[in-house]
Design a binder for this molecule. Structure first.
Ligand code: HEC
Ligand code: HEC
Length: 328
């Protein structure tokens, strides 16, 4: 926090504590000038207020609290920017990127800080390390049949992936279904792992400017016809005439770039198969028109730095298992 705020917080905290201490002392030493047990001169409907001392147990507790409070503020952070004698921190604040986190970690180590979050993560690693070690060297296809590995992968999926792909991995609009064996980037263990490690950014340009209203309508008709939908034949034919615009990414037959497993560069584009009636962004005429008009840019985050090799290995096995049911 800024120096001004730091001073503000410090002054208020200390003022409150010492204010309480002073009030206690004032009552304790009887500064009211009235003898103990005598009337304070206040009378409420016949009930008189006497100058009785504070109960001793209560007073001692109050004193203990003040001492504890001051001790706490010396040991732990609380007074503005003062870090506390124990140099304890809950977590690294003000980090904006993974590099920031690495820098903050190194700095904390240098300064002998005790960062609770880091210690808990380290403790968690100690527990999970022997579990992960069992699966590390086995191929994905193999551990995808191991119920324990799949169970761990599923938990990791629920923690990290379900918010986008759904708890059952069936996806939603814009987020691919991972259970249907219809792949944008390939469903081999290697391709799935690459998706998780590096992330994927899809880029489908918008065609509003190039095709115009009429062209978008025609092209949507053609796209829908590819998966066997009934459409106006003239519109579809007009769309087909311009399909050359799309073939570079979606393939000459609209089967998507992923089908060319032999050409990794093609595969990385992630252009969906348009003939299978599986829609990432919805298969209504309106949805397809909107897709064509505005373009799309689905982003699958990269997980390498966040999850690390072991977790990605198990997640790959889980995702792989979803569309490759165990044979035995
Ligand atoms: C922020 C949302 C988000 C999160 C979180 C997320 N994904 Fe994705 N994922 C996407 C999007 C969007 C795509 C599709 C990218 C595109 O449109 O081409 C995708 C694509 C994929 C694909 C490729 C599917 C294909 O058909 O080739 C796999 C596999 C995948 N995600 C697995 C995961 C796993 C495992 C996790 C958890 C570690 C995860 N995703 C977390 C948004 C997300
Ligand atoms: C530069 C490569 C590229 C070109 C050219 C291209 N697309 Fe795409 N298209 C993609 C990618 C990549 C996606 C997936 C976008 C995403 O996941 O966010 C996509 C998605 C789509 C979808 C959504 C499919 C679904 O399942 O919801 C449709 C429909 C589509 N494209 C049709 C077309 C048509 C028609 C053309 C030609 C006018 C075209 N695309 C040109 C790359 C391309």
């Amino acid at each position: 926090m800024s120096t001004g705020l730091s001073i503000f917080v410090t002054v208020i905290s200390l003022f409150t504590i010492f204010g309480c201490a002073y009030l206690l002392w004032w009552c304790w030493t009887d500064k009211m000038g009235v003898e103990e047990g005598k009337s304070m001169g206040h009378n409420f409907d016949g009930i008189e207020e006497l100058n009785n001392p504070l109960p001793a147990w209560w007073t001692y507790m109050f004193i203990a609290m003040i001492i504890f409070g001051l001790g706490y503020l010396v040991a732990y952070p609380g007074l503005g920017n003062y870090p506390g004698l124990f140099k304890w921190k809950s977590a690294h604040l003000d980090v904006r990127s993974l590099e920031d986190i690495e820098k903050a970690k190194a700095l904390a180590e240098q300064n002998g800080e005790r960062v609770q979050y880091e210690r808990e993560i380290a403790r968690g690693k100690e527990i999970t390390e022997p579990v992960f070690a069992k699966f590390r060297d086995r191929p994905v296809e193999d551990i995808a049949r191991d119920p324990v590995a799949v169970q761990i992968g599923r938990r990791l999926f629920l923690q990290n992936c379900a918010q986008c792909h759904g708890a059952d991995a069936r996806g939603g609009v814009g987020f691919p279904n991972l259970t249907d064996n219809d792949w944008l980037y390939g469903g081999s263990a290697a391709a799935i792992k690459e998706t998780l490690v590096k992330g994927r950014i899809a880029a489908m340009p918008g065609w509003e400017a190039a095709l115009g209203d009429e062209g978008i309508k025609n092209m949507a008709a053609y796209v829908l016809s590819l998966s066997g939908r009934k459409v106006d034949a003239t519109e579809a034919a007009a769309g087909k005439a311009q399909y050359a615009l799309c073939a570079a990414c979606h393939g000459a037959e609209g089967k998507g770039s992923v089908l060319s497993f032999t050409d990794p560069a093609q595969q990385a584009i992630g252009a969906p198969n348009l003939t299978d009636d599986i829609w990432l962004y919805g298969g209504s005429r309106r949805a397809v028109e909107a897709t064509l008009r505005h373009g799309l840019a689905g982003v699958m985050p990269a997980w390498q730095q966040i999850l690390g090799d072991d977790k990605i290995h198990l997640l790959t096995a889980y995702v792989y298992s979803l569309s490759n049911q165990p044979v035995n």
